[in-house]
Design a protein around this ligand. Structure first.
Ligand code: IVH
Length: 704
């Protein structure tokens, strides 16, 4: 029986729409519809396919998940072997120059011959995969294996949202596209967060997680792993006219709907190679995924053919590495440091090692559970990672290198004999908390120092010239005990300190003076209330408008917490939920409790009072009368850098007036606020005819 035309064409339309939205979401990183709408399309497709199983095809987006678990992977013979590339380990420009010289020698080019054109791209740090499309439909995905025979991982690769199941406008008999499966940093963090919450083992780095995911026999596990893909070349091709250059191949592959990284270039000669090498080095840390170098390829495919291969490596390509971000070293000791809020952080003291461009001697171990999960012990050989500005961390132990006489399993309480290493007070770990803390609060000098450093920091009170070393000296010499004492410091007293002349002392007094004029969000952030970061501080300021109202709300919350006659936990939660503090967006019961406890504490009350007496002040924030929400129903998108306030503050204030602040521009957006260096959101707003406001327009909207 032939199915009625209607469901068939509806199914077809749904598949096209869903794949279009997959492409927007995974490849362009620019979703056009909300997730719920996407889910609705998928549900409709699944329902229609369930009703008409004869219409199910291999390229239906509904087929991305659902295969059964395998016993083993079937071997796949690669029609064209998957080769590797030579690695240039000279991490200076010399590496680029040497490669160009080699290519010219092989091609027997004299010095007078024109420079060679190269395609330059990133060397992604994941695992190689070959995607086989027949008549435009994904029929097989295989790992590299030994280069000749790989493993059939089609089921798992189908779950990768950015890999199209059907190519755009291509019906070639065979087109094999090769590239790298990898995991983005943000996805990796979330994945490990989830593993941790489920009590499962965390992954050492994105590459291991990606490789482990592709080699899962159960595709439903792979489906839950946030894998991404970039194409970088071809395998077997039948029935498609291959462009003349490698860059042309990647452009064409991109047009077919496959993800191709935009950080690539066509350059000329050795200078072009080293310029690319340096420009990527400069942005390496800001990339949203790991790379371990760049790749240079002779752009002309005809020249590539002339160059050919040596053993299993092409002469026309080379990988030029960057200094590694992970290294092995040995743990000498495990120290415990006290943070601003009394948090006790285990820190590995390491055999010095050069990683990520600096010599690292300390690496964070985060907390006791992490040390135990990784089972890091004194004497162990560990992997240390330092990427960009991120604090170096110990990511894992090489158990097979553990010496016989290794230290004991880590036990924070026993190591400290229950006392804070700075002030000797009792330490405690609350139920459900990951961290041990010193219970002494600001009596503990370590906490006092950290609290003062935070207060002075750029995103808090922004006191120029008040660096960490200076704060240490001021506290150690008992010139200050808390942040309010800062404003009583005289240039004379300061000039006596180490590495402080009269001039710097006067500058610091001037900087302190300048910081007296601040904003309420900065002030609240600077107080260092646990769990209250910049965004929450901005939300509190926007909702209460002034300090008195916030203190009153904190008081109300404390009273609500103190009531003991609730019949059930639910009744108590309901009562707390009705308080003014919990009406603030993103302020849940834990944060509300922290705020309330902070303002209830007599020492904190005194510090706040003395800060106000020292002349700290800020402009009042207009808040809408109770229940009045002039921006209710409006959707606003912020882009670019604002000069008058942080983006968090702008967002919080808009929300306090009832607006919805969204991350992406659509036809439903009412206003786009564009600061300096606005991104693609501004372009999109202009294309859609959405009203664009500058900062003055924003202030007007906020009623300033
Ligand atoms: S081209 C014949 N391009 O590096 C050349 N490989 O040894 C085939 N890789 O495991 C490779 N980024 O998966 C090429 N832009 C890139 C790459 C890249 C990462 C990996 C590849 C393979 C290894 C090459």
């Amino acid at each position: 029986m032939t199915p009625p035309a209607k469901p068939a064409s509806r199914i077809d339309a749904l598949r096209r729409q869903i794949e279009h939205h997959n492409h927007c979401y995974y490849v362009l990183d620019n979703p056009e519809i909300p997730d719920a709408e996407y889910d609705r399309l998928m549900q409709e497709l699944q329902a229609l396919e369930a009703e008409h199983p004869e219409l199910i095809t291999a390229d239906s987006p509904s087929r991305r998940v659902g295969g059964a678990a395998l016993d083993r992977f079937a071997p796949v013979q690669h029609a064209i072997p998957m080769l590797s590339i030579r690695t240039e380990t000279d991490t200076t420009e010399g590496g680029a120059i040497a490669f160009d010289a080699r290519v010219r020698r092989e091609l027997e080019l004299g010095p007078e011959a024109p420079p060679i054109e190269y395609a330059t791209e990133l060397k992604f740090d994941g695992l190689a995969i070959s995607l086989r499309y027949e008549k435009g439909i994904l029929v097989q995905a295989a790992t590299r294996g030994d280069g000749s025979v790989g493993e059939d991982v089609t089921q798992n690769v189908r779950t990768v949202g950015s890999i199209p199941l059907r190519l755009n406008g291509i019906t070639a008999a065979v087109l094999e596209v090769r590239g790298e499966i990898y995991i983005r940093h943000a996805d990796f963090e979330r994945l490990n967060e989830r593993q941790r919450a489920a009590g499962d083992k965390t992954f050492v780095n994105p590459r291991n997680a990606a490789a482990g995911s592709i080699r899962q026999l159960d595709p439903s596990i792979a489906a839950r792993r946030p894998l991404s893909f970039f194409a970088y070349g071809l395998g077997e091709v039948q029935g498609w006219k291959i462009p003349a250059t490698h860059s042309g191949v990647l452009d064409a592959v991109g047009d077919m709907g496959l993800p191709v990284c935009t950080d690539r270039a066509v350059v000329s000669g050795p200078e072009g190679l080293s310029t690319f090498y340096n420009s990527i080095a400069a942005k390496r840390d800001a990339l949203p995924f790991d790379i371990d170098g760049v790749v240079y390829k002779v752009n002309s495919l005809a020249l590539q053919q002339r160059l050919g291969f040596v053993t299993r490596e092409p002469r026309w390509a080379v990988a030029h590495k960057y200094p590694a971000q992970e290294q092995l070293t040995v743990v000498r000791d495990i120290d415990i440091q006290v943070g601003r809020t009394g948090k006790l952080t285990p820190v590995a003291k390491l055999e010095p090692v050069f990683v990520g461009g600096v010599t690292v001697t300390n690496a964070t171990l985060h907390n006791e559970d992490e040390v135990r999960r990784k089972d890091v012990r004194i004497g162990d050989t560990v992997i240390v990672r330092r990427a960009g500005d991120v604090i170096p961390e110990v990511v894992g132990v090489l158990l097979d290198r553990r010496p016989k006489h290794v230290g004991k399993a880590f036990d924070l309480f026993n190591q400290l004999k229950g006392c804070c290493p700075e002030c000797g007070s009792v330490i405690a770990r609350e139920e459900g908390e990951a961290d041990w803390r010193c219970t002494a609060g600001l009596y503990c000098p370590a906490q006092r120092k950290e609290a003062i450093k935070h207060f002075a920091s750029r995103r808090a009170m922004d006191i120029e010239g008040l660096g960490d070393k200076l704060v240490d000296q001021l506290v150690d010499r008992k010139l200050i005990e808390d942040v309010a004492d800062l404003y009583a410091l005289s240039a004379e007293a300061l000039a006596d300190l180490e590495r402080m002349g009269q001039k710097s002392a006067e500058n610091l007094v001037a900087a302190l003076d300048k910081s007296r004029n601040t904003t309420l969000p900065r002030f609240l952030h600077a107080l260092g209330i646990p769990e209250v970061g910049e965004a929450t501080a901005a939300a509190l300021a926007a909702n209460f408008g002034n300090l008195d109202a916030l203190v009153q709300a904190a008081d109300e919350y404390a009273k609500a917490m103190a009531v003991s006659d609730d019949a059930t936990a639910a009744a108590r939660a309901r009562r707390l939920k009705a308080t003014a503090l919990q009406q603030v967006p993103d302020v849940g019961p834990e944060v509300a409790a922290r705020i309330s406890v902070f303002f209830l504490e007599p020492h904190n009350q005194r510090v706040v009072k003395r800060l106000l007496e020292a002349g700290l002040q800020w402009p009042a924030i207009e808040i809408a009368a109770q229940g009045e929400q002039p921006l209710a129903g409006k959707t606003i998108v912020l882009t670019g850098t604002l000069t008058d306030m942080s983006r968090d503050e702008a967002k919080a204030r808009l929300q306090a007036l009832g607006a919805k602040v969204s991350g992406s521009v659509s036809k439903k957006t009412d206003y786009v606020v564009a600061g300096a260096d606005p991104g693609s959101k501004l372009t999109k707003a202009e294309a859609l005819g959405v009203t664009v406001l500058d900062e003055a327009g924003l202030r007007k909207l906020l009623g300033d």
